[in-house]
Ligand binder design. Structure first.
Ligand code: PLP
Length: 402
């Protein structure tokens, strides 16, 4: 039998670093090791009861069949109302799409829009999947480093320097994975001003963490502060993070009707529709009682405060205070070049996270996986006890370096 040869699009991409990290933690746990896991990219809470009940009821009513590509009327209404409530913007059913998670919606949006060599501006640090999703769809990721000195955010100057005739998209993720930083209305307006001179460029705003926001007032959304861009912004969202529904696989996006029609055409050939049961649950999540979201955000806030204070108390590490999501991005540059008690030199953040895993059984993800080192990402979507214990262990490991 001849050996299987994957398609070239497969060789162009890597497996997701966060999925790989989670798999490694599971393997080590299966070997009997106790791992303090700060890699987790999902809420540690259970899906709220009223959402589960909505799913059970949908099953009992026999809502177990294909739906239309664009979803059940209940889900469509819930999405349109949610967008109106959060951003004040009015969209029509022809301007929304749904898929098996925000991840799949983003992938399909690239598949629906990119031709060979089209460029996608990806500010770094970025969510691990963006560059590979672009590559898988024949596009060219143009990674723009956005360091700590600019708050890990794309500046108007850096954007202007990266834009070309081939630019198809820029990606903005606010609140961000991995840094938790949030773009202010003024920062979004400044980006919109640059884009005024580039009418061929679309913006994918990944707003999956929009509900997990610790700042004053309401989180700003690009189309809300720059409505003139409405016909070229795809605002992506979903139920995974805000409602602890990562396993239900339901995401959605709002954007210009011709782009949405192209995405839906592909969706009709990819999966027909996301699970009808998840759609019922998602409608209940968006339209129902929001107290779970408020309460979980307060819990994340106290964990964030504890984590950031403990990390900054470690000599040799530092991190800013994130305004959203449930991650902190920690600068470990002072550890680079030092030697572990076993005599290994820490050359980069990848070595550093391996050292943490080997030496004190703490799992975190290296900043280089997000396109900007030397940093590591911690997730504080875990208990305060685990946060305290893990950060004390990280401290011990850092102090053992010479
Ligand atoms: N976008 C960002 C920035 C994420 O961090 C994630 C999940 O980790 C997603 C999108 C995917 O979310 P979903 O579960 O809806 O596919």
């Amino acid at each position: 039998m001849s050996e299987f040869e994957p398609a070239s699009r497969v060789s162009r991409i890597k497996s997701s670093a966060s999925v790989a990290a989670a798999a490694r933690v599971r393997e080590l746990k299966a070997e009997g090791r106790r791992i303090l896991d700060l890699t987790v990219g999902e809420p540690d809470f259970d899906t709220p009861e009223h959402i589960k009940v909505a799913a059970f009821e949908a099953i009992s009513r026999g809502e177990t069949k294909y739906t239309s590509v664009t979803g059940t009327p209940a889900l469509q209404n819930a999405i349109l109302k949610t967008i109106k409530l959060r951003t004040g913007l009015h969209y029509t059913p022809a301007e929304i799409t749904i898929g098996g998670g925000a991840k799949q919606v983003i992938f399909t949006a690239f598949m629906a829009s990119l031709n060979v060599g089209d460029e996608v501006i990806v500010p770094a640090p970025y969510w691990v999947s963006y560059p590979d999703m672009v590559l898988a769809n024949e596009g060219t990721p143009v990674v723009v480093p956005c360091g700590e000195e600019v708050g890990f955010k794309l500046t108007p100057g850096a954007l202007a320097a990266a834009l070309t005739d081939r630019t198809k998209w820029i990606i903005l993720n606010t609140p961000s994975n991995p840094t938790g930083v949030v773009y202010s209305p003024a920062e979004l307006r400044a980006i919109a001003d640059v884009l005024a001179g580039f009418p061929h460029v679309y913006v994918l705003t990944d707003e999956i963490y929009d509900q997990i926001y610790f700042g004053e007032g309401k989180l700003a959304s690009l189309v809300e502060v720059a409505p003139q861009l409405k016909d070229r912004v795809l605002a992506v969202n979903g139920v995974s993070k805000a409602y602890a529904m990562t396993g239900w696989r339901l995401g959605y996006a709002a954007g210009p009707a011709p782009l949405i029609a192209a995405i839906n055409k592909l969706q009709s050939q990819i999966s027909s529709c996301p699970s009808s049961i998840s759609q019922a649950a998602g409608a209940a999540a968006l339209a129902g009682d929001q107290s779970f979201v408020r309460e979980s955000v307060e819990t994340y806030r106290s964990r964030r405060d504890a984590a950031v204070a403990a990390l900054n108390a470690i000599e040799g590490l530092s991190c800013g205070t994130p305004d959203g999501a449930f991650y902190a991005y920690v600068n470990c540059s002072e550890a680079i070049g030092k030697t572990t008690p076993n005599g290994t030199v820490i050359r980069d953040d990848q070595d550093f996270v391996l050292y943490l895993l080997d030496h004190v059984s703490v799992a975190v993800i290296q900043g280089s996986a997000y396109g900007l080192g030397p940093y590591f990402r911690i997730s504080y979507a875990t208990s305060l006890d685990i946060i305290d214990e893990s950060i004390a262990a990280i401290d011990k490991a850092v102090q053992a370096l010479i």
